[in-house]
Design a protein around this ligand. Sequence first.
Ligand SMILES: N[C@@H](CCC(=O)N[C@@H](CS)C(=O)NCC(=O)O)C(=O)O
Length: 211
Amino acid sequence: MYELYYSPGACSLAPHILLRELGVAHRLTLVSVADGSTGGAEYLAINPKGRVPALRTSPTEPVLTEAVAILTYIARACGGEALLGETPDKAGRVLEWCVWLSTSLHASGFGALWRPARFANEPCQGVISEHGRLAILRDFSAIETRFADGRSWAVDAAGYTIADIFLLVFHRWGGRIGFDMAANYAAWSRHAARVRARPAVQQAWEFEGLS
Ligand SMILES: N[C@@H](CCC(=O)N[C@@H](CS)C(=O)NCC(=O)O)C(=O)O
């Protein structure tokens, strides 16, 4: 059985949703970002990167890390190929979204805002955080522009994909940092509501105790 190491509301929410979407048997192991467990010796022995998500796919192999890799793995291994985009064109666009979300919005934007120490020592951390907030605003605006063209899904031609699941994590984080998502990102918020309505998403939301 797959074992997913997760923290409530972290980017591990995306693979958690996908496991439920595909009806895959899994065990969820809590490694809290909030209380620093991701950096604890016990978890570092499992995942030396000290981050969630991590997926145990076999008792003998190292855990699989990186949200996009885990999403791709689960989809391919568990009959969810359609969620990756079924043609090279669709799959390329789905991956384009996911890599951008992971590298630009997550690592550069939220990483700088929440973890400025990754980028610089004091006294520069306040500036780094502010830069992260501006990077998030820039990327959120780009996301809103895309959804404002009336599409239902991130890659409309592909239907519901892992990109839609991943996007929901960042939409929720926008609310967490005080952005008025409904007012300022109306088209993206309609998309988020569409994703939130799926039973698998509701189950994961409830399990993780998210508001
Ligand atoms: N590139 C990694 C980033 C994972 C990551 O930064 N996860 C955060 C939670 S969303 C984390 O575990 N942070 C703990 C820490 O920085 O100590 C991925 O996409 O999986």
